[in-house]
Design a protein around this ligand. Structure first.
Ligand SMILES: [Fe+2]
Length: 396
């Protein structure tokens, strides 16, 4: 039996420690690039329990990173968005952000600045996504680099045809040092968050569910989310709201007739809540930008109708209404005290439970600040599991 040490992640002063008792562990005592089957089983359990695992000072090839990621879902093979799919779908908003490692197409090089002679890529021009390219409003030029925003809260998932990856691995190779930035929510609340330069921010989908009032828990446990076909193409002309937690409703989504060929059977309809395979807890897992409709089931027999939302069920197709409802349910969980902004060091490896957290790119870099990460996730061999009948009776 190996001794794997798992200690809580260091939290920033902004975090409410009482909400992070189970979230995040730093792992010592094993080499994640070369786990034995026994060690892997323990790591897998720790990941599903704690949502994010950090290993420091890791040396890992793209092949090893792919092997580790695949171990969580041995039947999975292609990158979360399909191998090279982002290249062929030129209109997709993900297209400029991803460069594939030629030897291991499931591993992507992401970051900022120009990287030379990197794992078979002679020259890769990387661009850290900046909110000005996606948000409707922006931080004024003179404040940029001092202030920043959450870019886009999301789950790593194609949300069409392919199933959402179980795990994403993020490996930091080059991390530019620099001053912390102040993240602004710019949503009228005055909320701000001090963040390390180029942080990746995480929130727990379990906490997102746990802190909802009873009537929204009842709605969540009864609701399914329908995503648009080719959602990243569909939303390619749309703008995000200032918190990066969804889109403005301006009628800019592409009409379905203008999308690349699509098939009704490949459209994704997922439960709003995904059941954790180890703890059985429910995680609120919705990628707000890609949603087109909400399908609400009626209350189960015997449930209390008083105060219930949509007690007889509903199909919500008005985008503005859909987005407002999602925002009301998700915004509380991205409050400053509930965000874990990871402070990257070179050779950090972070594994996160992609079906248990939401995450976002953060920060703004100057063009000469070179950042290089390897990212891997794999379209899963199955779709996430929703609430059980017992969950429904408990929460509806
Ligand atoms: Fe991501």
């Amino acid at each position: 039996m190996v001794f794997i040490q798992a200690t809580p992640l260091p939290l920033p002063p902004s975090a409410d420690a009482s909400k992070f008792t189970e979230f995040g562990r730093e792992i010592k005592g094993v080499n994640p690039a070369d786990l034995t089957p026994d060690e892997f089983i323990q790591i897998q359990e720790l990941l599903y329990k704690h949502s994010a695992l950090l290993f420091r000072d890791v040396s890992m090839t793209p092949e090893q990173q792919y092997a580790l990621t695949k171990a969580f879902d041995p039947e999975s093979e292609s990158y979360g968005h399909g191998n090279n799919k982002t290249g062929s779908t030129k209109k997709s908003i993900l297209h400029p952000d991803l460069k594939t490692i030629p030897r291991v197409p499931q591993v992507q090089l992401i970051g900022n600045g120009v990287v030379y002679d990197h794992e078979g890529l002679a020259e890769a021009k990387l661009k850290h996504p900046h909110h000005k390219t996606f948000h409707k409003t922006r931080i004024p030029e003179e404040d940029d680099l001092k202030f920043t925003r959450f870019y886009r809260w999301h789950i790593d998932a194609a949300l069409y045809d392919l199933s959402p990856p179980r795990v994403t691995t993020l490996y930091a190779l080059k991390v530019p040092r620099g001053e912390n930035q102040t993240l602004r929510y710019d949503d009228g609340t005055g909320d701000e968050l001090d963040v390390p330069l180029g942080t990746t921010a995480f929130v727990s989908g379990k906490t997102m569910f746990d802190i909802l009032p009873a009537e929204l828990k009842s709605l969540a446990v009864r609701t399914k989310v329908r995503y648009a076909p080719h959602p990243y193409v569909w939303m390619s002309n749309a703008h995000a709201i200032p918190t990066g937690l969804g889109l403005e409703t301006e009628g800019l989504e592409l009409p379905l007739s203008e999308l690349p060929e699509w098939d009704e059977s490949k459209i994704k309809v997922f439960p709003m809540l995904w059941k954790n395979p180890v703890t059985g807890e429910l995680h609120y897992q919705v990628h707000p930008a890609g949603v087109s409709e909400l399908l609400v089931d009626p209350l189960p027999e015997g449930a209390k109708r008083e105060g219930a939302l949509y007690p007889d069920g509903a199909k919500l197709t008005d985008l503005k209404q859909v987005r407002e409802l999602l925002y009301k349910m998700q915004r509380p969980a991205i409050a400053p005290q509930l965000v874990y902004p990871h402070d990257w060091s070179e050779k950090d490896l972070v594994l996160f439970h992609n079906r248990g957290v939401l995450h976002t790119v953060v920060g703004a870099f100057a063009p000469d600040q070179v950042r290089a990460f390897h990212q891997c996730n794999l379209a899963a061999s199955d779709d996430p599991v929703g609430p059980s009948h017992e969950d429904l009776l408990k929460w509806a």
